[in-house]
Design a protein around this ligand. Structure first.
Ligand code: 26V
Length: 847
């Protein structure tokens, strides 16, 4: 916000709810139903139909015969949520009574995916709902397709948060997920002339049956202004912050059901509103337009998810978002969740705030502010409490992805927090000096405050200093975090650092996404695997059973056919359902190396059109890409353009018809992932070693019986170790080899000159063959590869092609391939997010 932008007014009272009837029973009664939910009858088809029609008539205000698909979807959703409500109320009551330690998961992103299917699965209502809808003459699949997924995240980090809250509910661990209810989630991607065009994601426009606004729990959040330090009667320094504008945080609650265990936890997402003081201001203001703009300023805070997932832009609105949701969440837990007389010295016995990357790290000075300025704690005691209440997860290794906020901006928006950060830093640096007297270089390196190019706060350092534990998200990543990103800190506090390898929920990504495989698994080893994924091990002997392999192949084939049908209808793509399905889906980023995949495709195509390889010798493959680029990431958008351009030409060229096809369905999201992953034969995990922190798509593919071609990076390392070398196609430089090449000096043009096949491939691309002769159109990508290639695509090209040749050879033996695929499933149980949660509980939360 600029200085002249109108600001929402400050209210005189700390609580925004003074004129709202406060929480708590409005009356006392001995009615037996007052303190427990009205008992729901056991679900039956008749009961379901009746509730559904009731919701349609009395909730939606329409008749079945008049209703639209959206009416029916909303009524069905509200019917399902009724079956969850008693468990939700009961879980809440139980949590209040037992007062167990709660996990406060602080995440700016939750990439939830569609809710209806998941909630039907959790409640075991899938079959009843299907029959009930049939009785009403409705195809339930049409209603499912009506749901717009809540895309409140960018990619891996947001999806991980969604998997974690699912697992915690399934394990009956008390957890509140705190985040932001963005009015617009991740943009919808469309292609125009092969280029990405972003469309706003107005996911709320047709109504959202899964959320519950709680105006009685709203919270006031302050920004700006100045601070003043005075000395009170006892000689103690006291700081007062006089903000100059405020907004209201309105919580929306979402159900997070456990898998058929009667538990429903809560996800609490905050939405920004203008204050009532502001409404008065409008009313009294001569300048109505200016006053309305102030309202817009307030409500902008939760308007839109930032679509960048690697390069922080230092945007003021983003810092406002971060402080907004964190301030709401801390206030909510401390003042509205704990009992009024709670002794905050015991705070760590009731909560552990897990910081999902640096985005919520401003919570650290916020808790200090609450304890010192509002609750009257001495600094040292407040710091002791604070250190016990936070743990920090780092999700990256890219230096440019580490958030740094300029002191100028932080001080302008949150003056008191900046003071607190300075004091934390001073005391921390004293500790460093004591441990390493005379080493001022070390002090400067470790300072939370950077001085160049401008004075700024390093959020990862602040998190590391304050947190009880710091973890990476895969073994290799945690090691590199200790050795490369935070080496001074890991020497100072070796015991602070730990690893928790990521995981994915088997409920959504196997049971829901791959019903056919799930049924086969359950027929073979029982259904215990859904909540105890290690039991997939029991499948191992069946890898040698020809009959089972046959059934397993039939599942994969049926999934492929479902996908080809979907892509025909959704994207107008004609794909052969028999070909090997080779899939690369993830955000578009140079380090992930979609261009390496593209060079492979072009080289295969080049082999055929140049006559070097007869088309009949090419293994039929369908290459599928799914990827969004950050709107401001120009090179990533050029890569998208090039993939589409290559796809157009390859798909239309009769020389490779029936052999090579390329599909790039627009708008890859959780919903599409659930269709793509179960159909895949080959999973592409080809980042430059040392760059992908973990990856979680890699786990989803392995669990769905795809084989991986991958580098020694992130969780690939652990996947390969578990499934076995012979069932994983490893290629490329290792992280130390990358380091060594960097040190020696890497010259991509020399690699180009020395490998004739690479030269031919790049020359074909550069010739304009795929862009109607337009060489300019391919220049950004080609020039970058030849003259920069920051992620060493050319250096790994040869190894990648060799590994792909091994893939072709293996695929030629369907029995051996299926055996490997089955062993991938059987040996990937470790990658359940339930296991990740057990590791967090044991190593970090002690909850
Ligand atoms: C970072 C930033 C940087 C500032 C600008 C906005 C923004 C938004 C999101 C992020 C998160 C990037 C980090 C991330 O998503 N990391 C991914 O986390 C996955 C879950 O741990 C992991 O599997 C992926 O390897 C890692 O790239």
């Amino acid at each position: 916000m600029t200085d002249t932008a109108p600001r929402p007014a400050v209210m005189s009272d700390e609580s925004p709810t003074t004129d709202v009837r406060r929480i708590g029973p409005a009356f006392r009664t001995s009615h037996p139903l007052a303190s427990g939910p009205v008992v729901q009858p056991a679900p039956t088809v008749d009961g379901f139909v009746e509730t559904f029609l009731g919701e349609l008539n009395y909730g939606q205000g329409t008749l079945l015969s008049q209703s639209t698909v959206n009416d029916q979807y909303l009524a069905l959703a509200r019917t399902v949520r009724r079956y969850l409500m008693a468990d939700w109320l009961e879980t809440g009551t139980r949590r209040r009574q037992t007062q167990q330690k709660t996990v406060g998961y602080l995440s700016a992103e939750y990439l939830l995916g569609r809710q209806l299917g998941n909630n039907l699965l959790a409640t075991n209502l899938q079959d009843i709902a299907q029959v009930a809808m049939e009785r009403c003459g409705i195809d339930i699949a049409t209603l499912r397709a009506q749901e717009v997924e809540p895309g409140l995240g960018n990619g891996g980090l947001g999806r991980l948060a969604a998997c974690f809250v699912d697992s915690l509910a399934t394990m009956d661990v008390p957890c509140i997920g705190y985040g932001i209810r963005y009015e617009y989630g991740i943009f919808r991607q469309t292609f125009e002339a092969d280029r990405q065009v972003e469309v706003p994601d107005s996911w709320l426009s047709l109504g959202n049956p899964w959320e519950f606004p709680h105006p009685e729990r709203q919270v006031l959040v302050s920004f700006g202004g100045s601070t003043e330090t005075t000395t009170d009667a006892d000689g103690r320094e006291r700081c007062t912050w006089t903000p100059d504008w405020q907004v209201i945080g309105m919580p929306y609650h979402y159900m997070v059901p456990g898998h058929r265990n009667g538990v429903v936890n809560t996800l609490r997402l905050w939405s920004a509103r203008a204050t009532q003081a502001f409404d008065l201001q409008i009313f009294n203001s001569g300048d109505y337009a200016q006053a309305v703009r102030a309202q817009t300023t307030a409500e902008n805070i939760s308007k839109v998810l930032y679509p960048e997932d690697s390069t922080p832009q230092g945007k003021e609105l983003r810092l406002q978002q971060q402080y907004f949701f964190v301030a709401c969440s801390l206030h909510d837990f401390i003042d509205n969740t704990l009992p009024a007389d709670f002794d905050l010295r015991r705070l760590h016995q009731r909560i552990i705030f897990q910081l999902n990357d640096t985005h919520p790290v401003i919570a650290i000075p916020e808790l200090m502010r609450i304890l010192v300025d509002r609750k009257g704690f001495a600094w040292d005691e407040a710091w002791e409490i604070t250190q016990k209440c936070f743990a920090y997860t780092c999700h990256t290794l890219l230096p440019e992805a580490l958030e740094v906020w300029s002191a100028e901006l932080l001080g302008r928006l949150l003056p008191r927090h900046l003071e607190i950060i300075y004091r934390i830093n001073e005391e921390f640096l004293e500790e460093v000096r004591e441990a390493h007297p005379g080493d001022e270089m070390l002090v400067r390196r470790m300072s939370i405050i950077a001085e160049h190019p401008e004075r700024a706060v390093r959020m990862a350092y602040l998190a590391t200093v304050a947190a009880s534990k710091v973890n990476g998200v895969a073994e290799l990543h945690s090691q590199l975090l200790r050795d490369k990103v935070l080496p001074d800190f890991s020497r100072l506090w070796p015991e602070k650092f730990t690893n928790v390898t990521n995981g994915v929920t088997p409920r959504r990504f196997v049971r829901l996404a791959n019903r056919r495989l799930s049924d086969l698994l359950t027929e073979t080893i029982g259904d215990g695997w859904v909540t105890d994924l290690d039991r997939l091990r029991e499948l191992e002997p069946y890898a040698d059973d020809a009959g089972f392999r046959e059934q397993f192949r039939a599942v994969k084939q049926a999934n492929k056919e479902r996908l080809t049908t979907l892509l025909r209808v959704r994207d107008g793509l004609e794909l052969p359902p028999e070909a090997m399905l080779d899939v690369m889906v993830k955000r578009l980023h140079e380090y992930k190396r979609q261009t390496l995949k593209l060079l492979h495709i072009v080289s295969l195509y080049d082999d055929v059109v140049s006559g070097r390889v007869p088309a009949e010798q090419v293994t039929p493959r369908t290459f599928v890409f799914g990827a969004k680029a950050a709107p401001g990431y120009h090179l990533a958008k050029e890569i998208i353009f090039l993939i589409n351009a290559v796809a157009d030409v390859v798909n239309a060229d009769p020389a490779v018809a029936g052999r090579l096809s390329v599909a790039f369905p627009a708008n890859y999201n959780v919903t599409l992932a659930e269709k793509l992953i179960p159909a895949a034969d080959l999973s592409e995990q080809i980042s430059l070693a040392g760059k992908e922190a973990s990856g979680t798509g890699n786990m989803k593919f392995a669990l769905n019986g795809a084989l991986t071609i991958g580098t020694d990076d992130g969780a690939n390392v652990e996947i390969r170790r578990l499934v076995g070398d012979e069932h994983f196609f490893l290629f490329g430089m290792t992280e130390p080899e990358v380091e060594e090449l960097t040190a020696r000096g890497y010259t991509p043009s020399a690699v180009y000159e020395s490998d004739p096949q690479l030269r031919s491939t790049i020359d074909l691309l550069a010739s304009g063959h795929f862009t109607g002769g337009d060489r300019q159109a391919v220049a950004p990508v080609v020039d970058n590869l030849l003259h920069q290639d920051s992620f060493m695509v050319l250096a790994d090209f040869r190894a990648y092609l060799d590994a792909q040749a091994r893939v072709d050879a293996a695929y030629a033996d369907p029995d051996a391939w299926s055996r490997s695929a089955i062993l991938n499933v059987a040996r990937s149980g470790y990658f359940s997010s339930d296991r990740s949660m057990r590791d967090y509980l044991e190593r970090i939360w002690h909850a």
